[in-house]
Design a protein around this ligand. Structure first.
Ligand code: NAI
Length: 376
């Protein structure tokens, strides 16, 4: 039996909408049954119907969708929230309280308090609130995680990660409305680039190492003078178990495209993965040669094998990483394990790290507690 799926945001021409539609429907787990896709109600209704949503479930806005779906016997099992950041909290909270499972885009909320409220609300409702840290669902990231957690590179000393692209590096384009909002506190919150991209890298570090980020020391810069929020950040961090972390995130690194990579260095080996070559992991045992591990080869961990869709050497990319989030969500909704699924607790940790980094940057890089108050 397919699960009924609803979507809010991700309308025609949006950046992330197509990846969710491809991802959710890739494995036959979910059927797009209801939607409020656009800030413009008429456009949202029309686009939903063009995607096959029935006219009475092609809603003009999310409140209408909440009322309509709550009243139905065949109500949606899961709703994806893919609207701009400032609306995530209100929509996610309302759907959780009404008894729906939610997949929320990152950043989950605008503040730490809102993040704690979402964690409490999901727990009280007994519903899954997942957050789309989709890079953690690439098969070879799962391979890296399994090897690191099995001790194959020994105790982890150091994590170095970057999420630095150059797509907002043109000062003459800084007033383009699709770029400007990301550096406007009213629309983006307290942080620009770190909250947009840096939190993916920080989540990935914890996801692979299996340890929480305890404190941060940050240096933020607005390299384009008209920007209020940072477009470049260097964030040093320490994990609870002592692992040293270095994170660089930037949107002005002209020439870098997606620019997300992570290296993990342990006492007996090192590993690296990059989102632009997502099918390979490089593994070097201490004193030994570097080995390239390929998605789809024999002998990978069961999680990496399970999440590989096409045969070895054939490309596999971003929409299928998003699809892997939906595979795990469908299993969790059907009563299975939620191991590996990024949850509201992860969304909250990111928000706490964003606030700690902003405070640290204002205090000349002073080390600042990055744990959410409710987890201290
Ligand atoms: P976008 O600006 O390209 O598209 C936003 C869509 O939401 C538009 O269709 C717009 O009409 C619609 N919308 C706006 N307000 C709405 C409302 N109140 N109700 C219904 N629809 C509404 O934005 P983009 O880049 O797709 O980002 C959306 C979210 O996804 C952001 O939170 C962003 O951070 C996140 N994102 C996550 C990525 C990931 O790797 N996990 C990658 C890209 C974006």
């Amino acid at each position: 039996m397919k699960l009924n799926w609803g979507m809010i945001g991700g309308g025609e021409g949006s950046q992330i909408g197509p990846a969710h539609r491809l991802g959710a429907q890739a494995d036959g787990n979910f059927n797009l049954a209801a939607a409020a896709l656009d800030a413009d109600p008429a456009k949202g209704r029309a686009y939903a119907q063009s995607l096959g949503v029935a006219a009475d479930r092609a809603y003009g806005d999310w409140r209408e969708m909440l009322a309509g779906e709550t009243a139905r016997e065949d109500r949606i099992d899961l709703v994806t929230v893919a609207t701009p950041n400032a609306t995530h909290y209100e929509i996610t909270k309302a759907f959780l309280e009404a008894g729906f499972h939610v997949l929320c885009e990152k950043p989950m909320t605008m503040t730490v308090e809102q993040g704690e409220d979402i964690v409490r609300t999901a727990r009280a409702a007994g519903k899954i609130c997942a957050v789309n840290y989709c890079y953690s669902a690439y098969p070879m990231v799962r391979q890296m995680r399994a090897m690191v957690r099995a001790g194959e590179i020994g105790k982890v000393r150091l994590v170095v990660t970057n999420f630095s692209h150059g797509h907002h590096g043109d000062a003459t384009d800084a007033d383009n409305p699709r770029v400007r909002w990301r550096y406007d506190p009213a629309m983006a919150g307290v942080s620009g680039q770190f909250a947009d991209c840096g939190i993916h890298a920080l989540h990935m570090a914890s996801f692979i190492v299996g340890d929480e980020v305890e404190k941060v020391s940050a240096d933020f810069a607005s390299t384009i003078a008209s920007r209020v929020l940072e477009d470049d950040a260097m964030v040093n961090f320490r994990m609870a178990g002592g692992t040293v972390g270095r994170l660089w995130t930037s949107s002005v690194a002209i020439g870098r495209q997606h620019g997300f990579d992570i290296q993990i260095f342990g006492e007996t080996g090192g590993m690296r993965w990059a989102s632009e070559q997502p099918n390979q992991v490089y593994y070097t045992p201490v004193g030994g040669r570097t080995q390239i591990m390929e998605k789809g080869e024999s002998g990978l961990c069961s999680d990496a094998a399970r999440l590989s869709r096409v045969a070895i050497a054939h490309p596999e990319g971003f929409p299928l990483a998003v699809a892997n989030i939906y595979v795990d969500l469908a299993a969790a909704i059907r009563g299975g394990s939620s191991d590996g699924l990024p949850l509201a607790e992860d969304g909250l940790r990111s928000m706490a790290a964003v606030y700690a980094s902003v405070a640290s940057a204002k205090a000349d890089g002073a080390w600042t507690d990055a744990r959410p108050p409710m987890f201290r």
